[in-house]
Design a protein. Structure first.
Length: 366
């Protein structure tokens, strides 16, 4: 096994990043202007529950251009998977895009074809708020992975990925991809998750958030005319706390007035972009997730990254290292918390783990 566990201090990575001078090559680029977007319509999609949709829409965005081998197969596809409540467009944020997509950077879009899907129930893909509300099929992570696969194969004609990156929920999808389709991705980089059943406090805060929405009389079994704001406030407050980075927030908001102002603004802006039914489905989709029994099926080189200030996936369970030891070609990296790491969201601040991505691409070359 190739170095199954590594503990890195984030400050060393930051020092290297701050030392790099600004150049024309790494000047900030508006990647939204270089984006191509589209939809793949999956006909007669059957969910694990037995429910069906005649048409399931998978929205995607791409950067870069496909490269093909002599047989016409795309060889440079990289899929990046978002977390609960996110969308593919989140990976255009500067802390991700400006570190990875430029000339000479790890995912240089002149070399790689970057695919950024909106998963079922998210973004511009099919979701309860399109009209079916709580009659929408009760999708789970297995359904989401299968929709990703069909989107790639049937829509984009991608039969193999050079790399799959997954953050949070996408991290969990990454473990499932490695087990369900061992040869599909040449390399895997899941970040901010654990490969085990969602139980304990992780399930509890999700259940509390869902229960908060459903206990609001305005929810009306999902048939609301306006969003059930009281229920959403309960759910969003829990989501905010779960994603917090304590050391970073203490540094940025060191007194009561600034802390109070920040959390009120965060909650209000979060509520404004939520749909209650969509959020219930998003949180509950993890209910059947548990790849812990089949980790040995993962054969692709993997670098799995967590951070020690992640409330959702605590480092001190003592389980991650045991899971990592079962990965045939895997490496587990734990980023040490500092007042610059971002808790659960460290996964989208690429400066903390970019060197690990470079290493993974090198050791998975063929």
């Amino acid at each position: 096994m190739n170095r199954p566990f590594r503990h890195i201090a984030a400050l060393g990575v930051l020092a290297a990043a701050w030392a790099a001078p600004a150049t024309a090559a790494n000047a900030e680029v508006d990647y939204a202007t270089r984006l191509s977007e589209g939809d793949v319509i999956l006909k007669n999609f059957t969910f694990a529950s037995g429910e069906t949709l005649a048409e399931l829409r998978m929205h995607y965005a791409t950067l870069g251009t496909p490269q093909r081998d002599a047989e016409g197969r795309i060889t440079n596809a990289v899929m990046v998977l978002h977390g609960t409540g996110g969308s593919g467009r989140q990976f255009l944020a500067p802390q991700f895009a400006q570190e990875l997509y430029g000339p000479g950077q790890p995912l240089d879009i002149t070399k790689y074809f970057i695919i950024l899907p909106d998963n079922i129930g998210h973004g511009q893909s099919s979701k309860p708020s399109d009209g079916l509300r709580m009659a929408f099929p009760k999708y789970d992570y297995a359904d989401m992975v299968e929709a990703q696969r069909r989107m790639l194969v049937e829509g984009l004609k991608v039969t193999r990925l050079r790399l799959l990156i997954g953050t949070s929920m996408g991290c969990m999808h990454g473990f499932m991809w490695g087990e369900l389709h061992p040869d599909f991705a040449q390399a895997l980089m899941p970040m901010a998750c654990l490969p085990m059943e969602i139980a304990g406090h992780n399930r509890m805060w999700r259940k509390a958030a869902m229960h908060g929405i459903m206990s609001d009389p305005a929810w009306n079994n999902g048939n609301y005319e306006t969003q059930p704001v009281l229920g959403l406030r309960t759910a969003v407050s829990l989501l905010q706390v779960a994603g917090f980075a304590p050391l970073y927030l203490q540094k940025q908001y060191p007194n009561r007035a600034s802390a109070d102002a920040y959390i009120v603004e965060r909650i209000e802006s979060d509520i404004a972009r939520r749909d209650a039914n969509d959020l219930i489905y998003q949180l509950d989709a993890s209910r059947t997730y548990d790849p812990s029994k089949d980790l040995e099926k993962i054969i692709a080189p993997m670098t799995w990254v967590n951070s020690s200030d992640d409330f959702i996936n605590p480092w001190d369970y003592g389980l991650a290292e045991k899971f990592a030891a079962r990965l045939k070609n895997g490496r587990y990296v734990l980023i040490k918390a500092t007042d610059d790491t971002r808790g659960h969201s460290t996964h989208t601040w690429a400066r903390f783990w970019k060197d690990e991505l470079i290493d993974l691409l090198k050791r998975s070359e063929k």
